[in-house]
Ligand binder design. Sequence first.
Ligand code: GAR
Length: 208
Amino acid sequence: MKNICVLVSGGGTNLQALIDAEKRGEIQGGKITCVIASKADAYALERAKNNGIRTRVLVRKDYADVAEYSRAMRDALLEEKADLIVYAGFMTILDEQVCDAFPNRMINVHPALIPSFCGKGFYGLHVHEAALAKGVKVSGATVHFVTAECDAGPIILQKAVEVQEGDTPETLQRRIMEQAEWKILPQAVSLFCQDKITVENGVTRVTI
Ligand code: GAR
């Protein structure tokens, strides 16, 4: 059984999707063993506690710089014996110390079809504001491995979602969560835990 550590910063609806999938027996070969938040008031922590999952809080401003924060996060993840680390709405920058310690063992869900609307500054509602400003007719979500470069790691799963006339960033965000993120994140986690994802030359191969 692989130990899954989930990193969160906010509401935690993606964490909830993972918890619900695990309860339905859809995370084969893995178990959520710890949730680590970058904010003490992240509602995601309540979701973890309500489901008996251990929580930890590592607040960025308690550390001098990104390097010190990253070292603390790496050490916490090593202590937790994490086999898989999932960024589920985790909004704090970590440096290469963390992904070097867990190569191809960290995954992130991003609320757009990478390589569109991704990279520095594209997070949360900003992603959907940018997609609407560009007038794209289709957006979606991507689950990918985390590397030192923001949103640039190997893509595992993607799902497209239609943009509708009159969409606001909030309505588009909700549709993308419901139709894409909450589905492909648990799927990717389950595939990982069953060793069904391989990476070669920056490209993944998924055996379903
Ligand atoms: C989700 O839409 C997630 O894809 C996004 O933030 C939201 C968090 O919601 N993540 C990013 O933008 C990371 N670049 P949640 O806390 O309810 O899961």
